[in-house]
Ligand binder design. Sequence first.
Ligand code: BTN
Length: 271
Amino acid sequence: MRDDLIRSYDTFSLQLPTKNIGHPLVFFESCLSTNTACFQEAERGASHGTLVLADSQTSGRGRKGRAWYSPRGKNLYFSILLTQLPVQSGISWIPLVTGLALTETLEKITSLAFSLKWPNDILFKNKKMAGILCECKQAGKAGSACVVGVGININSTYGDFSPDLSEIATSLFIECQFPFNRSVVLTSFLEKFESYYENLLKSGAHSMKIPYTRRCSTIGRQIRIELMTGESIQGIAVGIGDEGELLVSESEKSSESLVVKVREGDVIHLR
Ligand code: BTN
């Protein structure tokens, strides 16, 4: 399925109503990874808000070095270059704010209820609809840069997914049984993201805590977290800290002294 977005990405770019986010647009029929391409743009001095969009990726990356399934003509794969960055702890809120904007966008477009699993997995009935990979580093002429990479399963069908993926992933088409126009989804997301990101820059991370906590289905759940060290911890997710970390009470009853802060890991909702 090749929709308007790919046939006329230049028109899409001209009509995009955002101020900075999405301008300019760099489009690839195919690239290795839009995150990699976006950092290359940064090295060459690309401006804040530059959007790298691809119709397919040959080495799409997920968190923890996993691959991101990126077939041609079906879904959205894009990365946004951010060089105007929030101060210190605000940076760790970028992936969370992206997840918040994405959840709200998908709910508005489909009227379905999505859940946001900490830090930024967008799930529908426990299956993954979208993923976010945020990477920050020094990037040549751009200086300190963060690249926010987003993959949204839009028009993939069951048959497109390998059997192991169809157990854990879904798409808007699979859930709604009709195709979606990728440019509509992308425009809506970029507008929402710009508004949240401006808020993060102006008002800081504390302004994001309440809307994020309200949307995050991990809070209040019994969870297990597989940490980067290979260890795992189990407990109740009791809140979000100032730096976007997950606060986990390791006892059944929440007690201040037993609350641990988790900055990175894979969360499994137990009940
Ligand atoms: C995850 O949930 O593991 C994150 C997946 C992020 C995938 C997107 S697709 C566009 C961008 N380019 C990449 O290589 N990865 C991100």
